[in-house]
Design a binder for this molecule. Structure first.
Ligand code: GLY
Length: 351
């Protein structure tokens, strides 16, 4: 019987781990792209991601605030029922409960807010914004975060879709051949029959980042996620941790992370990227620097281990870049500026 563990799913889903070397093609850094403001970017390059930057840009084009644009854009991605890595329809934890993490940072006010393990609310980024603007705290988690959201009129809803429930039930049935989930032994399917267990999952690189610079040069960012699929209940990833999954410095730029949150937390990766930009590196180079820094750390401990991160960054001039560990998919980001909508191709590092 196929025994698909939480870790194998996550790494396999990300197209990372040992298999990454099959696809890995480390490229030299590409020149800084962009350079105009206002601008809004996201790691999501599917139709929903493109809609997110289009709608966010509408706010920016009218002279609106970066913080409003990133919230609008992120909400579009969060409510997409087909996205299995963010908000509504996100894959649940090991108990079958969707627990969401999100953070927001507003460079103009040097303010930040976040939520961790939030259940029942489709748009955690908006709750993070409420934490940022309506409290003196930065992070609310769990039941307290849900009570807080409800106090502002947010409705508690079932965040599972038919699709995410189907994936969860398949995972539970195939977790352990010795438990009692799934059909009786004599009716169980063979390994071959369950080989395509997770076919139909569209967003292997979970999580979304939306970053913007408005026409005043003010910068804001959001990171939102349903986190690691089948995670241990209560696990918090990098996304709600300021400096890890997201960082904004209004004098410099913004950075956001997707991928294996545990690496991103340990490396304070988004803060590192912004500090690299402060030191003169382009957004593209700074993302590559962060990946190399993480790779160097692991190489000293386990030369074969390839972690699974993707970073995007944007600077105050409106230049942007992205980079990821090698995987089967291209490293891209969606960008909307006065030049229109485009998909920018970054680099992969470490193959
Ligand atoms: N980067 C998302 C997570 O690890 O939860």
């Amino acid at each position: 019987m196929n025994n698909i563990s939480r870790r194998r799913f996550f790494r396999g889903g990300l197209g990372l781990g040992a298999a990454a070397f099959l696809f890995g093609n480390a490229k030299a850094s590409v020149p800084a792209a962009g350079g105009s403001i206002p601008v809004i970017v996201t790691d999501h390059t599917n139709e929903t991601g493109k809609n997110a930057v289009r709608e966010g840009y509408e706010i920016l084009a009218k002279g609106g605030l970066a913080v409003d644009a990133v919230e609008k854009g992120t909400n579009i991605i969060e409510v997409d029922p087909d996205d299995t890595s963010v908000g509504y329809g996100g894959l649940p934890n090991a108990d079958g409960i969707v627990q969401l993490d999100a953070s927001i940072m507003d460079g103009k006010t040097y303010n930040a807010g976040s939520v961790g393990c939030l259940e029942g609310i489709k748009t955690p980024a908006s709750i993070a914004r409420l934490v940022m603007e309506k409290t003196d705290h930065v992070m609310l988690v769990g039941a307290g975060a849900l009570r807080f959201a409800k106090s502002y009129g947010y409705k508690e809803e079932d965040l599972m879709t038919e699709k995410s429930r189907r994936f969860y039930l398949r995972w539970r049935e195939n977790l352990n051949k010795d438990d009692d989930w799934g059909p009786p032994d004599h009716l169980r399917k063979t390994n071959e029959e369950v080989a395509g267990l997770y076919d139909g999952l569209e967003h292997y690189t979970g999580t979304t980042n939306v970053l913007a610079v408005d026409s005043n040069g003010d910068i804001a960012g959001i990171t939102s996620t349903s986190g690691l699929a089948w995670k241990i209940p209560g696990r918090v990833g990098d996304s709600p941790i300021i400096g890890a999954g997201l960082y904004v410095d209004n004098e410099v730029g913004a950075a956001g992370a997707t991928g294996r949150g545990e690496d991103v937390i340990k490396s304070c990766a988004s803060y590192f990227i912004v500090m690299q930009m402060r030191a003169g590196r382009s957004p593209q180079q700074a993302c590559e620097d962060a990946l190399q820094m993480i790779l160097d750390k692991y190489k000293k401990v386990n030369a074969d281990f390839v972690p699974g991160e993707k970073f995007i960054a944007l600077n105050k001039k409106g230049e942007y870049g992205c980079s990821s560990m090698p995987g089967p998919r291209k490293t891209q980001m969606a960008v909307m500026s006065e030049k229109g909508l485009m998909v920018h191709e970054g680099t992969s590092i470490g193959g």
